[in-house]
Write a protein that binds this ligand. Structure first.
Ligand SMILES: [Zn+2]
Length: 319
């Protein structure tokens, strides 16, 4: 039996989380620092080094045999660099080399954060037992990843499955990525809130104008709030249907804060999916909420590292 551990890093625009993860996917040691996202690239790297140093102080650090990193994207897995949109100090930053140096030469696997959560949901979560799956995060952005033929499919660059930036509205609103009508431009939390405001919804006395507040208004029957969630659900359904039609997945797992709206999102999503996923081989496509929660990024980074090292897919897959 393997007893070795993987050091996992989950790097986002607000926090840098780290853990030592065992072969069951249990986080045995944790560390976390805020991301100094507006500071220089070196300052951000200092925060990563701080997290690694905290992990290395654990008596179990010696059992770590690899490092897995899930990072906000885009990432370049082949080149070992990251250029997170929300961390301007990192453009083509050689994160794999720097983390390798900081960990005494442990092998480092880098994937995008959407790929990492996909690895987690496939290993231990809602996509477990599915050989072909799309997993997504719908929150301030929309990300995703793919499992194809039983194995995580990061693609050569580590970004495959980036469903947030496929266009579902040809002449739609310009997206910060440069395209138009992207899934994210319609379905992310900030865009759900923006659309509700543009159509006349107003926040309550607390001034909360987030998607969470729009969800509360929708539950109370506000038709503009309901319509904004329905539009988001429609965009997600079109993107999911396109993905399923292209690569033949049988489940779409959706997590993130917007998915926390529950049936407010999932009911219109399933309904819209029936209108977009029409060919015989995608009609059985199911949609399920993610179950891995806040640790998905860390568990998934570890899973990606293990999958890369064994070359045989994610370990302990249940069928
Ligand atoms: Zn876009």
């Amino acid at each position: 039996m393997h007893t070795d551990l993987v050091a996992a890093l989950d790097i986002g625009g607000t926090k840098i989380a780290g853990a030592l993860v065992d072969r069951d996917g249990t986080l045995v040691v944790r560390a976390q620092r805020p991301t100094p996202a507006r500071e220089s690239g070196e300052r951000v790297m200092e925060a990563v080094n701080g997290v690694l140093a905290e992990l290395a102080a654990s008596p179990r650090w010696g059992e770590a045999t690899a490092v897995g990193i899930g990072s906000a994207g885009p990432v370049d897995a082949a080149g070992g660099t990251v250029s997170p949109v929300n961390v301007p100090g990192w453009r083509g930053f050689p994160l794999v080399e720097r983390v390798g140096d900081a960990t005494g030469g442990l092998p480092v696997t880098l994937v995008g954060d959407g790929v990492a959560i996909t690895a987690a949901e496939h290993w231990l979560g809602a996509a477990r037992g599915h050989d072909n799956a799309l997993c997504m995060v719908v929150s301030t952005g929309v990300g995703g990843g793919l499992v194809l033929g039983g194995a995580l499919h990061p693609g050569p660059s580590g970004n495959a499955g980036h469903i947030g930036h496929i266009s579902v509205d040809l002449d739609g609103d310009p997206c910060p990525c440069g395209a138009r009508g992207c899934v994210e431009r319609i379905a992310s939390g900030p865009n759900i809130a923006r659309r509700a405001l543009e159509n006349g919804w107003r926040p309550g006395p607390d001034g909360d104008a987030s998607a969470v507040a729009v969800a509360a208004a929708a539950r109370a029957g506000d038709p503009v709030a309901v319509a904004s969630f329905e539009r988001a659900a429609q965009a997600l359904a079109a993107g999911i249907a396109a993905t399923a039609t292209l690569v033949d997945v049988d489940i779409a797992v959706i997590g993130g804060g917007v998915a926390g709206a529950g049936d407010l999102l999932f009911a219109p999503l399933r309904s819209a999916l029936r209108r977009y996923a029409t060919l015989s081989f995608v009609q059985q496509l199911t949609v399920a909420p993610a179950v891995m929660g806040n640790d998905a990024g860390l568990v998934g980074a570890a899973a990606a590292a293990l999958a890369t090292r064994t070359g045989a897919g994610i370990p302990a897959r249940a069928h």
